[in-house]
Design a protein around this ligand. Sequence first.
Ligand SMILES: [Mg+2]
Length: 262
Amino acid sequence: MKKILFWGGLVLSLLSCSTRKYQNTQDLINATVWMQNSGEYKALTLQAYQLAQLRLTEILKSKDITDKPRAIVLDIDETILDNSPYQAYQIKNHKSFNQKDWNSWTSLAKAEPIAGALDFLHFAKDKGVEIFYLSNRYESERAATLTNLQKKNFPFADNEHLILKTHQSNKEERRQKITERYNIVLFFGDNLSDFSDLYYYNNNGKTAAEKVLENPKVFGRRFIILPNAMYGDWESTLYKKNMHKKLRTDQIKINSLRDFKK
Ligand SMILES: [Mg+2]
């Protein structure tokens, strides 16, 4: 069983790498312009963190069901740090995602905080809630990531609270590890797989949208989602489903659309 899980994980990791390289930079323009320039995007992230603060206040008032200390778990990219300058670089240089350019960006340690994140995280810290950053950045990016978080004054920005990718993108094993010692009361992410294994690459035959609608009440209560129109599983899943067709990415996206006459 373990072996099957290992090879399954490996195939999914390879698929995930190969789909990101098909990214068409034309597709990224509107999303990146929206995230860098619109007031709406900033308002949405502020809204997410301000409502999270109300929710955390409510949680802290309720009776604790375990002896474990309370913690919250956050993804990093497009959840607490803004990487849109990297996407802008891709667009302007007509480049697909590649690890080398990504590393050049993260090694600068100058990503700005997502609006609302810092105020909320300092509130959580002041209330005695521990904070873990759970990211699929690589261990080779650890030093620069920590420097970035520290420079921008993120609380708990230390090795113990920064959990990076080891052998798989699926975060479930790493979430379980935190759960051994902490009562995780809120999760934050821009991708559904930041919350639960249930959403990881549509692994039970249902679409992500179907799974979200099946259990809508977890959003805003236990899972706080941040908007990300630039990239994510919502996009890579489409490419994976159509891999054998050898279509351009824009055509794959157009084919997925439902118009009002069909
Ligand atoms: Mg992310």
